[in-house]
Each structure stands twice: as C-alpha cells, then as structure tokens.
Design a binder for this molecule. Structure first.
Ligand SMILES: [Zn+2]
Ligand SMILES: [Zn+2]
Length: 275
C-alpha cells in the first residue's frame, strides 16, 4: 500500500445522523493530508486515528460551506493541542485567504481566552494559506500533489487534487461536472473519488432549490464515464445526493456499472481504500 484514502464524511449538505460532511483523509509517504473539512470532520479524524495537530496540510476543493464548515475546528484543535508552535498549511482556490481571514476573526475571543488561561500557550494559531489553480503544489516525502481546475459554476474557481506516491495515484474531486481539468487529473489513476448526484431521484423532488443542484454536480453516470475515459482502476462514489436510502448501494453501483468496468466503491463514512 502506497496511498491510503479514508472517507471521513460522505454526506451532502443536508444533516444526517450517519454521514458526516465532505472530508477525506489521505496518507502517503508519512504525510497526513485532509481534503475538505465538512461537518464533524474532527470526530471522523479521531475515528481514523488522526488528531488535527498530526495533519501536514489541508487541501480545499472549493469554498461551499458543506466542504469547509468545520475547518475552524481543525484550526483551533491543531493550535491548542500542539505543545509547540506549528503552522497549518491550507491549500485552496482563490478566495481561500478571504475565508480564512473571516474564520480567524470569528475565533479571536477564543484565542484570547485560551492564551490568557494557559501560561505555556503564548502563540496564536498559525496558518499558511496558499491559493492554487493548476500544476504541482506540493512535493514532499516522495509525495506529489497536483491541482487542476474543475467546473462547479457559479462556485468558481474550484479545483481537484491528484496525489501521487511510489507510482500510485489518487484523485480527489470535489463538486464538479465533467471537464477537461478533471480528465487530465484522472488519467490512469488508481483511485478516483467523486461527489455524485442521482438526477433520476433529484428530479422527482418537487422543490426547485433542490433540483437546482443537478446542473453543477457529476451524476453517477457522468462520474462513471469520467472514470472510464481516464482508465481509472477504482471509482469511489461519495457525497451522494440525495441521501441514499438504506440498502440502496447496489442500485447506485449498478448505474455506474453500465459505464465503467473497474472497481466501484459506494462510499460510507470511514471506509478505507488503498492504492
Ligand atoms: Zn458539496
Ligand atoms: Zn459545492
């Protein structure tokens, strides 16, 4: 095993008792990377044996709330549990710095209370924010992280990540429809994790605001087609919209199977997939 992927949260924006918000853990070459930080991410990290201070970097696909709403918890816990000052690196699309500044302002009272209370805590949370668009963004410990733009308009820009280590490659796509940037990242990847939507089910819901979500997410069919075009080995369906009915995993997999012959994983929280 050269890269391990753990689905921390497979939920969509609607709160659910069994599915945390969008977040995925990637471990490779001794690096521990968090991709997105949705609802309850710190609980799921703990379940995967990781505390936020152990993270080497956070990678953000886009700035929709369901992908970042618990990033403040990651920042606070990373800071307060570190015995010595340590900077948390955050890679994200343009405007990530703006969002992080707002989040940091929100945390100011808490930061003041804790520094006043703990004699040995004399520093504030430290983050290094790197806004990225395309190309290689990180090379460390034999791990390479590359980025390409995706299409989730009007949320823009949005990005997906390809993480490589010792010949293995994993692609973490956030919310996006099929697009050239995604195709480029997926080429010959071992694992492709895609947030997906069933348009056949969403179209049945008599609520326009919900049906609006169809036009900027990959359907299960589109995700399978992207996987097939790229010659991907394993397709992972996550962030399923609508929330899947109990026992319906085989139905979702069967829809993808019509367009993709490789392995298909129906994502559940804390599932682990290795390349
Ligand atoms: Zn989302
Ligand atoms: Zn989104």
């Amino acid at each position: 095993m050269t890269i391990e992927v753990v689905l921390l949260g497979t939920g969509n924006p609607l709160p659910d008792r069994d599915r945390a918000g969008a977040a995925t853990l990637v471990r490779a070459g001794g690096l521990t990377l968090l991709v997105d930080a949705g609802r309850a991410v710190c609980m799921r990290l703990a379940a995967a044996g990781v505390l936020p201070f152990m993270l080497d970097a956070v990678l953000v696909t886009h700035l929709h709330s369901d992908h970042i709403c618990d990033l403040n918890d990651v920042v606070t816990t990373h800071w307060v549990m570190n015995p010595t000052p340590k900077t948390l690196r955050v890679f994200g699309p343009p405007r990530t710095a703006e969002v992080m500044a707002g989040m940091r302002a929100m945390l100011q009272p808490d930061v003041e209370y804790r520094i006043a209370h703990h004699e040995d805590l004399t520093w504030e949370p430290s983050t290094e924010i790197v806004e990225v668009a395309t190309g290689t963004i990180l090379e460390e410990n034999g791990v390479r992280v590359a980025v390409a733009g995706t299409d989730h308009r009007p949320a823009e820009p949005t990005i997906a990540f390809r993480i490589e280590h010792e010949g293995a490659a994993v692609v973490l796509a956030g919310d996006t429809v099929p697009c050239p940037g995604l195709d480029e990242l997926c080429r010959d990847a071992d694992i492709y994790v895609q947030t997906v939507l069933r348009d056949d089910l969403v179209n049945l819901v008599p609520m326009q605001r919900f049906r609006d979500t169809i036009d900027y997410h990959s359907t299960v069919v589109q995700a399978a087609q992207t996987a097939a075009r790229g010659g991907v080995r394993t397709l992972v369906l996550t962030h399923q919209i609508p929330t899947p009915a109990a026992g319906s995993a085989d139905e979702w997999i069967a829809i993808a199977r019509e367009h993709f012959t490789g392995e298909i994983v129906f994502g559940e929280d804390l599932a682990s997939i290795s390349a």
